[in-house]
Write a protein that binds this ligand. Structure first.
Ligand code: MRU
Length: 357
């Protein structure tokens, strides 16, 4: 069995100092700047401003935000600590609306808080419970990435050219990534793999982050602009598509970076398998159909290139949805740490996630 080491550590928690440390991915690939804080409000800002991004990384960061709120609270009673934690949860929840991992992580911590209160634990024990749960979320994400990588690599064949969109790599998780973990495992198993990365306008997560990760590890990657996907597929160059996800409904609708749906449509036209790689923490079993809330971001992200160069008439109207929704009939399979889910999703998602298969 192949063992892969974490080369990139985008987010970490120093428990001794009560500090969260993260790589500011807005600056990648130009600079590798790590930032630190003891304040959950700063974590919320880092998520909102996309210094930390990618669904699993957002979930881990929010969990660590709660740990900071617990550690640095001056509360002397359980009631006061719960009140402060509730406020921190609200602040962290209001950062980005689409990635389900954010709400999943916060709800998980919150269940621990309620458990502590019901058990009648003291204020220091409640603090400890929150910190322990946040650490668990972090370590589980690392393990989950590995499982997704191992399971997904079985679908990858020697000689494959895999197209991926946005960044579903280490810089989007606490570990090896989701889609990129699969590629990392396939390469480590000795398969010759080529990757095509779409640039991913407007914030260029593909060009900046996916390319940076793969080049760093010597994995063969070719960059294209988003509008080249149709031509490249029509030439028969792509053998598989693997993307990540921000939220998946119980019947298999997948929200992911804007442009994913277009790629899925073109892949179906050319009979290229379209895979989604995601941890179980990305599934929102309370939703069905294309009902996932989609974040709309600042119009200037579209009017400019990363705020540096204005590329249009500055007053033009802009529409800037950050994600789109791919329907289940365009998805060949969803690769999770619990196994590979195939259609019909309305039946198989719950079956696999609940371990009934
Ligand atoms: O806006 P971002 O950069 O947070 O969007 C990220 C994505 O769309 C990723 O593909 C998704 O979160 C999966 S990351 C493993």
């Amino acid at each position: 069995m192949v063992e892969l080491k974490l080369v990139i550590k985008p987010i970490e928690f120093d428990e001794r100092r009560g500090v969260v440390r993260w790589l500011d991915v807005r600056l990648v690939p130009w600079e590798e700047v790590y930032r630190e804080t003891t304040d959950y409000n700063r974590i919320a800002k880092a998520i909102k401003d996309m210094e930390i991004r990618g669904a699993p990384a957002i979930g881990v960061a929010a969990a660590f935000g709660m740990a900071l709120a617990a550690i640095w609270s001056k509360a002397e009673t359980v009631e006061k600590l719960v009140e402060e934690l509730e406020k921190a949860k609200r602040v962290l929840e209001s950062t980005r609306p689409t990635a389900y991992n954010l709400f999943w992580a916060l709800n998980r911590i919150w269940r621990r808080v309620k458990e502590g209160v019901e058990k009648g634990v003291g204020v220091d024990e409640l603090r400890r419970m929150v910190v322990e749960e946040a650490k668990k979320i972090y370590f589980e994400d690392i393990e989950t990435n590995k499982r997704i990588g191992e399971i997904g690599a079985k679908l990858v064949e020697d000689g494959d050219t895999i197209l991926t969109h946005c960044n579903a790599g280490a810089l989007a998780t606490a570990g090896l990534g989701t889609a990129l973990a699969i590629i990392r495992y396939a390469v480590a198993e000795g398969k010759r793999i080529r990757v095509i990365a779409t640039e991913t306008r407007p914030l260029l997560q593909g060009a900046r982050l996916t390319v940076w990760e793969l080049v760093k590890e010597g994995i063969d990657v070719t960059l294209i602009t988003d509008n080249m996907v149709g031509y490249i597929m029509s030439k028969g160059i792509v053998s598989k598509v693997i993307v990540g996800a921000d939220r998946i409904t119980r019947d298999g609708y997948v929200a992911n970076k804007i442009g994913t749906y277009t790629i899925a449509v073109v892949a179906a036209r050319h009979r290229v398998p379209f895979y989604v790689a995601a941890p179980s923490s990305t599934f929102d079993l309370s939703l069905e159909g294309p009902s996932i809330p989609i974040e709309e971001r600042d119009p200037d992200e579209v009017r400019t290139v990363l705020g540096k160069l204005t590329i249009t008439v500055p007053t033009v109207k802009v529409y800037n949805p950050a994600f789109d929704i791919t329907p289940p009939d365009l998805i060949t399979a969803i690769i999770t740490e619990k196994g590979i889910i195939t259609p019909p999703y309305a039946r198989n998602i719950e079956k696999v996630l609940k371990g009934q298969e």
